[in-house]
Design a protein. Structure first.
Length: 149
């Protein structure tokens, strides 16, 4: 389910999901390791398929998905502090994706500049929008728990 939602969000928002200035809305799901380890493979498969169906080059399919895998795995390790959960995704993407853009898509921008753009886009997706999703899911979880009583 996570992979399917990731793919749909990546494709629907394709105009802002790719390039060196991007806010990949599907990355909002990268906060899900806070709730379940199942998010790690879900996000990784979703990223592979999103990049594949979005017309990504092989470097993006492989290394972009690796960035998501690393971010999700380390987010899961930090799941005991909701404020730290977005950091691994932001960092892994800010380090790996500029290399993918430079050598996979031949974008001729300085790596440091692309890193900044990617980090800002990830901050918007994972930290700001992700915090909204975390709050929603936690409230929903409380409502479900009360209904079970």
């Amino acid at each position: 389910m996570i992979a399917a939602i990731y793919v749909v969000l990546t494709i629907v928002f394709a105009p802002i999901s790719f390039n060196f200035m991007q806010v990949r809305i599907s990355e909002i799901l990268c906060i899900l390791p806070l709730f379940t380890s199942a998010a790690i493979p879900g996000l990784t498969v979703g990223c592979v398929l999103g990049n594949l169906f979005g017309g990504g080059v092989i470097y993006d399919i492989v290394f972009g998905s690796l960035a998501t895998l690393l971010g999700a795995y380390f987010a899961y390790l930090l799941r005991f502090n909701r404020w730290l959960v977005p950091i691994p995704t932001i960092v892994s993407n800010a380090v790996i994706i500029p290399l993918v853009l430079k050598y996979g898509y031949m974008i001729d921008e300085p790596l440091y500049l692309m890193s900044i753009y990617i980090a800002v886009g990830e901050f918007i997706s994972v930290f700001i929008l992700g915090e909204i999703l975390i709050s929603f899911l936690q409230k929903r979880k409380q409502v479900i728990s009360k209904e079970d009583r």
